[in-house]
Design a protein around this ligand. Structure first.
Ligand SMILES: NC(=O)C1=CN([C@@H]2O[C@H](COP(=O)(O)OP(=O)(O)OC[C@H]3O[C@@H](n4cnc5c(N)ncnc54)[C@H](OP(=O)(O)O)[C@@H]3O)[C@@H](O)[C@H]2O)C=CC1
Ligand SMILES: O=C(O)C1=N[C@H](C(=O)O)C[C@H](O)C1
Length: 255
């Protein structure tokens, strides 16, 4: 039986991971990490810890849905005590992304800004469409619930990277994050990534390719947050026992 540690256990997704792990046969919850205390009751055999090292020692693999600073703490601890990691936290800084790379030199790490099968496929479709639809303008819109803290979403940035690399561009050089005022005409290569927030929207991403006379929009809507918790558990089952290295959700889904 694979022992899973959940980092960010009180969170919206962390709680679902804990619930969904009750329904699996080959993988089960062994420890949870919390900042102060767990906000709900749990089987007394599970270690509830505020100490990252003891949390890591009690599990074979970690599933993380937390916040950037917390994820950084986890990565620093894991670099000292190597433990396979499935990371879903978004809004990471360059330093935190580099820590993921560093961690993956001593343990298997799967990092995915979106754990759903649908978005993994959407990334491939966006890459293909961006290369094929030469000259079409690319615009990305994401919509999420009002509690989301980072913007734009990690998924929208990953989709933007797929679109940009398909055209030999670096998203950092062509990304627009807002338009306001007398800004002039749209430039050829720019890719806007716009974020909308409201209500309880689980997650919606649209990548549009616009030309004179026609346009195509590729859209994915998550209607349940369990899509992410179940996707992360599937990723953990797949990652455990893999060679040291950095893996993507496409590797896990063999897309
Ligand atoms: N890759 C994917 O498929 C998905 C990724 N996400 C991402 O996952 C992350 C979590 O999302 P969500 O569950 O909605 O967020 P929540 O705000 O509900 O949960 C965040 C969790 O992080 C914990 N936390 C915050 N600060 C610290 C800290 N300094 N040390 C330790 N723990 C801390 C909180 O613990 P406490 O309550 O104890 O303070 C809480 O459990 C976000 O980055 C989100 O974008 C979300 C959905 C899908
Ligand atoms: O915070 C969320 O809720 C989500 N975050 C991820 C992101 O930033 O892309 C994935 C999903 O869209 C939900």
């Amino acid at each position: 039986m694979v022992k899973v540690g959940v980092f960010g256990a009180n969170g919206r997704v962390g709680q679902l991971v804990i619930d969904d792990l009750k329904k699996t046969d080959d993988i089960s919850l062994s420890s949870v990490f919390v900042r102060e205390k767990l906000n709900f009751s749990i089987d007394p055999s599970i270690l509830v810890s505020t100490n990252v090292k003891s949390f890591l020692k009690a599990c074979d693999i970690v599933i993380d849905f937390s916040l950037p600073k917390a994820c950084e703490t986890l990565l620093e601890a894991a670099i000292e005590t190597p433990t396979p990691l499935v990371i879903g936290t978004t809004g990471l800084s360059m330093h935190q992304l580099n820590l993921i790379k560093q961690a993956s030199e001593s343990m298997p790490v799967l990092y995915a800004t979106n754990m759903s099968l649908g978005v993994a496929l959407l990334n491939k479709l966006v890459h293909q469409a961006s290369a094929a639809l030469e000259g079409f303008d690319i615009e990305i819109v994401e919509m999420h619930h009002k509690h989301k803290k980072d913007a734009p979403s990690g998924t929208a940035l990953t989709l933007g990277e797929s679109a940009a690399t398909a055209r030999g561009l670096d998203l950092n050089n062509v990304r627009i994050s807002g338009r306001d005022g007398n800004i002039g005409e749209r430039t050829k290569d720019e890719i806007s990534v716009m974020a909308l927030r409201g209500g309880d929207i689980v997650g919606r991403h649209t990548v549009g390719f616009y030309n004179d006379g026609e346009f195509i929009e590729l859209n994915h809507t998550a209607t349940s947050r369990n899509t992410f918790s179940k996707g992360a558990i599937r990723a953990a089952s797949w990652l455990v026992g893999k060679e040291i290295g950095l893996y993507s959700i496409s590797d896990c889904l063999e897309l």
